[in-house]
Ligand binder design. Structure first.
Ligand code: GLY
Length: 370
């Protein structure tokens, strides 16, 4: 089972290959990119324990040197970035060599950024091992690390040369980690493809339970949508912002919960999508059925939907709005929102009156007390 989605970016175009057995066939997949039979692989400890030996076997005659980093968001930082770049230099990775990022979004973002600066830029291959990384972070070339001032504030656009999204590796994910990735999958239907959202309503429960053909369809459609938007607007001058549906709320909630496992990123995206549709409805942009349908589907999937689903304290409405104002999407002091005229009809706007936003958050916070 194998499908290819091209990302059309002129000289920087590449393929996202989706399927089963890609790790087992990694040597044949990657060999055409190599000038010599050697790759430098960076993985986190957890992923390395699960997937490094299958990758080694799949690479066959291709030699592999490995750097293992600690798992978790704290790895996306200057110390681990420096360590990665210096390790790559110690391994004598040359300008025409290829670096492999084996892992979730943290490893993909960090290694992509390291590849972007190493010898002024070397090629890299993404082998995403989480659903979230397969459908979002491994595609599109956003790379980087976090700063004390906020997430992803240091980085570069550096497109991979190939992405291998092996659906079999998703089999090792815990249900909560699968569902956090699902937050990004459902986002694609909500932002631009109502028929895909219909399909998810019917098929996502089976997919979450392991249906491999369903996973193929969901991952492929998500990547197709991302590839199409990235090809139109690689550096987010306009339409790429649509991919941030739910993220303005999400980033405020992640900051409020200390980027901890109280709220995983995709869980925040799901809650943020529900809030974005609620806000759209209150602004008269979409029918009441739209937010109800979004919420019903997320509930049916066993996902977090309301602020009441987040354990522990949360700040009040004005403090949450202040956290939103620290988002990268703020321009000239104005918050930018992705709102919707219906399911699959998202658009970007800064025209959101403060009192309507505050009303949505007041009511959402009230669900915590109900
Ligand atoms: N994750 C949003 C983007 O790649 O633009």
């Amino acid at each position: 089972m194998r499908e290819i989605v091209p990302v059309q970016l002129g000289a920087r175009s590449y393929e996202v290959r989706i399927g089963t057995g890609l790790l087992a066939n990694a040597g044949a997949e990657i060999a055409p990119l190599l000038q010599r039979p050697r790759v430098a692989v960076v993985a986190d400890e957890t992923v390395a324990d699960l997937h490094l030996e299958p990758l080694r076997a799949g690479l066959g005659e291709i030699e592999m040197v490995v750097l293992r980093l600690p798992p978790g968001e704290a790895t996306k930082s200057w110390p681990h970035f420096t360590r990665t770049v210096e390790w790559l230099l110690d391994q004598k990775v040359e300008r025409r060599d290829v670096v492999v990022a084996l892992g979730g979004g943290v490893i993909g973002d960090l290694v992509g950024f390291a590849a972007s600066v190493l010898r002024r830029g070397v090629r890299f291959v993404q082998i995403p091992t989480s659903l979230l990384a397969q459908v979002d972070s491994s595609v599109g070339g956003k790379t980087g690390i976090n700063a004390p001032q906020g997430k992803n504030l240091i980085g570069a656009f550096h497109q991979p040369s190939l992405v291998l999204a092996d659906l079999e590796v998703l089999g090792t994910l815990k249900p909560r980690d699968f569902l956090t990735g699902y937050g990004e999958v459902v986002k694609y239907g909500l932002l631009g493809d109502a028929a895909f959202f219909d399909w998810l309503e019917a098929h996502a429960p089976a997919m979450a339970a392991g249906d491999i053909e369903g996973r193929m369809h969901a991952v492929k459609r998500s990547i197709e949508m991302k590839a199409e938007i990235v090809a139109r607007d690689e550096t987010e001058q306009g339409d790429r912002a649509l991919l941030n549906l739910g993220h303005t709320f999400c980033h405020a909630l992640e900051a409020a919960t200390g980027y901890s496992d109280r709220l995983l990123h995709g869980e925040g995206v799901a809650i943020g999508c529900a809030l974005a549709f609620e806000l759209s409805q209150r602004l008269g942009l979409c029918a009441q059925e739209a937010p109800s349908r979004v919420r019903a589907h997320l509930r049916a999937m066993g996902m977090k939907v309301d602020l009441g689903d987040i354990e522990g304290d949360l700040p009040g409405t004005e403090a949450l709005i202040a956290l939103m104002a620290q988002d990268k999407k703020v321009e000239e002091g104005k918050l930018r929102f992705i709102l919707a005229r219906g399911i699959g009809q998202a658009f970007v706007t800064s025209q959101v009156p403060h009192e309507v936003l505050a009303g949505v958050l007041d009511d959402a916070l009230a669900t915590r007390r109900a």
